[in-house]
Design a protein around this ligand. Structure first.
Ligand SMILES: Nc1ncnc2c1ncn2[C@@H]1O[C@H](COP(=O)(O)OP(=O)(O)OP(=O)(O)O)[C@@H](O)[C@H]1O
Length: 618
């Protein structure tokens, strides 16, 4: 290549670098502007939510006071009964609101201390608090804790011994006992007319004081976790007039919130919402290795190097995955145990207890290991597979660091997991939309993880507030930047592969799965594009609706095929299809050099070099 040509190309490259960095600046300006607008929008929404023209801070201040008639007693109960020093954010405001007979909804992150918002008023109001909670195991845990504190609490469910059921029935209808909290599942309420009658009697004798609904987002059809039994709860406000309702959840977007209020008939409920951010959590998304053996190797290495002797949770998609991974960890000298819904209840409970006591270091679980996990010192949560929604991810990863000390949340992501998950959730009302939002989070390698979470939870957020506590921000100071490429030509190749396969077999057997598509595409683009690029491209086209999934049902399973999407049908072949890549080719080479040097020169900073974008510096 001549010097003239070389210098011409170099100057073109410099020019393009300049343009890219200008765009980066514009993006960060727009992000700042967006954050400002979201903040304004939130302030307005909260005014509307609170039916007032005051700012949410003003309303919160009003409720978060020490001057209510019950304030001294509330503080005493906090210290003497619950043995806690002071209220956490929102707790005292929520307690004051329900004690003033207002309906309220508390949105407080996992581990934020929602239970106290109804347990303390239960003692203060000297009557009965009905707690509606979705899981019997969770209820049993809470009752055990309360009884240890000398608080009379009970539950009514299918397993309740007859004597106890009789005692509870008498207590709630006569109102002359010390029973303060009665836990029931929504199913129990929906099915038992007798129970509803007794509660009416309880109201008649002035004993029923408060109704608390845990995991209240399950009322909403638009939430990630709609449960039909929650639909029955719409009768509560009508049937128990004058009894305040307190809804509690860790996650609710404004749509879900509106739906919940409407469904429960509490349109003017005061909403107390804490920020989504868990400052002590470090979020990382790492490329999941293609082979399971490699994946296990990586997890073992990470646990041994970074979390030696520290407690953790690994979430897997299936019981089979849990059992296999737990076995492999044990074979590698890590004290691990599996946990899933198909285990005998005694075995499940034993696994949980051993993990709580520290006998087991790592619990390898499905989502059955969920609500009510209250171990404060979990130092890491690893997702071996893609969760089904951002809400799920937020809650599951949120089980790390409940003590407020630093903890790490690692998500292993690769395209093939999308199809495993989508086949499982395709029949849920907003299942695919929720999953694709999760994929947007996982596959985005250029946006701060907290910015993505904030966008999802409709909160304002500045990347700089992350304090480099996510893989993207950590990387950004020395990263080669972003590049947007037009991938329309490659998209044509993808569509051709799908159509050629389909037309080659008239009986419809030419449909292809996402993984097969990836294989064929990598072969077609060999030498020009990496497999990693092909994977990113398929995911991009799926998220942008140029492709879509098509589900087929067999006796044993649901299969996801990838077909041409709606957007491709109206696509003008001259338009560009832009796709953002996390760095340029040149940049990648520099980045790899940097990593190699760092690995050689720094002996105490552990750098674990795997795939290009699979670096973990904890
Ligand atoms: N004011 C407080 N001071 C100190 N610790 C508290 C306080 N309030 C609650 N806690 C503790 O915080 C932990 C989490 O509380 P809780 O179980 O109520 O959380 P949660 O918000 O219901 O979480 P999840 O969404 O996971 O159910 C418990 O161990 C509880 O004892």
């Amino acid at each position: 290549m001549s010097n003239v040509l070389l210098s011409k190309l170099s100057s073109e490259l410099a020019d393009l670098d300049g343009q890219v960095s200008q765009i980066d600046q514009q993006i960060s300006q727009l992000r700042r502007k967006k954050a400002e607008l979201i903040q304004k929008k939130q302030a307005l929404e909260r005014k509307i939510e609170m039916k007032t023209n005051e700012d949410s801070d003003v309303v919160l201040d009003r409720w978060d006071q020490d001057s209510f008639p019950w304030s001294d007693e509330a503080n005493q109960i906090l210290k003497n009964k619950f043995r806690l020093e002071k209220f956490r954010p929102l707790q005292s405001a929520a307690i004051n609101a329900v004690m003033s007979k207002e309906d309220a909804i508390v949105i407080l992150s996992t581990g934020g201390g929602k239970s106290l918002c109804y347990q303390l008023p239960a003692l203060l109001a000297k009557g009965l608090t009905l707690v509606i909670s979705p899981l019997v195991s969770l209820v049993e845990d809470q009752i055990m804790q309360l009884q240890k504190l000398g608080i009379d609490a009970a539950s009514l469910n299918a397993n309740t011994p007859k004597d106890e059921a009789k005692r509870v029935e008498q207590a709630i209808t006569k109102g002359s006992t010390e029973l303060r909290l009665l836990y029931v599942t929504p199913e129990k309420l929906a099915k038992s007319k007798r129970m509803m009658n007794q509660l009416e009697k309880s109201l008649g004798v002035g004993y029923l004081k408060l109704i608390a609904i845990d995991e209240v987002h399950c009322c909403s059809q638009w939430g990630h976790d709609f449960r039909t039994d929650y639909s029955f709860l719409n009768v509560l406000k009508r049937q128990f007039k004058g009894v305040p309702i307190l809804g509690l959840t860790a996650t609710a977007t404004s749509n879900v919130l509106d739906d919940v209020k409407k469904m429960l008939g509490i349109p003017v409920a005061i909403v107390f919402r804490a920020g989504f951010n868990r400052a002590n959590l470090n979020y990382k998304v790492l490329t999941k290795p293609g082979s399971e053996d490699e994946c296990v190797e990586k997890i073992v290495r990470t646990i041994k190097r970074k979390f030696s002797g520290k407690t953790g949770i690994i979430y897997c998609l299936s019981r089979n995955d849990c059992e296999k991974l737990a076995k492999s960890l044990k074979a590698n000298g890590i004290r691990a145990k599996h946990y899933h819904a198909y285990m005998e209840p005694v075995d499940r409970s034993a696994a949980h207890q051993k993990w709580v006591s520290g006998e087991i270091q790592v619990i390898v679980a499905t989502v059955a290991f969920g609500m009510g996990i209250d171990k404060p010192d979990v130092r890491f949560v690893i997702h071996h597979s893609l969760p089904k929604s951002i809400e799920n991810y937020y809650q599951e990863s949120g089980r790390a660091g409940r003590d407020g000390l630093p903890a790490t949340c690692i998500l292993y992501y690769r395209m093939s997991d999308i199809f495993k998950q989508s086949s499982m959730i395709q029949q849920e009302q907003t299942g695919i939309a929720n999953l694709y939002n999760m994929v947007r989070y996982a596959s985005d390698t250029v946006t701060c993880r907290r910015v993505k979470l904030a966008e999802h939870f409709e909160e304002a957020w500045e990347p700089s507030w992350c304090q480099k506590q996510c893989d993207v921000c950590e990387k950004s100071s020395n990263s080669p930047g972003t590049a947007t490429e037009d991938v329309s030509k490659e998209a044509v190749v993808v569509i051709n592969i799908i159509e050629e396969n389909l037309s080659s077999a008239k009986d419809g057997s030419g449909r292809i799965t996402g993984n097969k598509l990836l294989d064929l595409l990598s072969k077609k683009l060999k030498g020009r594009r990496t497999k990693d690029f092909c994977e990113k491209l398929i995911v991009h086209l799926l998220l942008e609706s140029y492709l879509q999934e098509d589900f087929h049902y067999t006796v044993y399973s649901v299969i996801s095929y990838v077909v041409v999407g709606l957007k491709w049908r109206v696509y003008n072949r001259k338009d560009e299809i832009p796709m953002t890549l996390d760095n340029t080719k040149k940049g990648r080479a520099e980045e790899n050099n940097r990593k190699r040097k760092a690995a050689v020169t720094s002996s105490d900073e552990e750098v674990d070099v795997g795939d290009d974008d699979d670096v973990i510096t904890l």
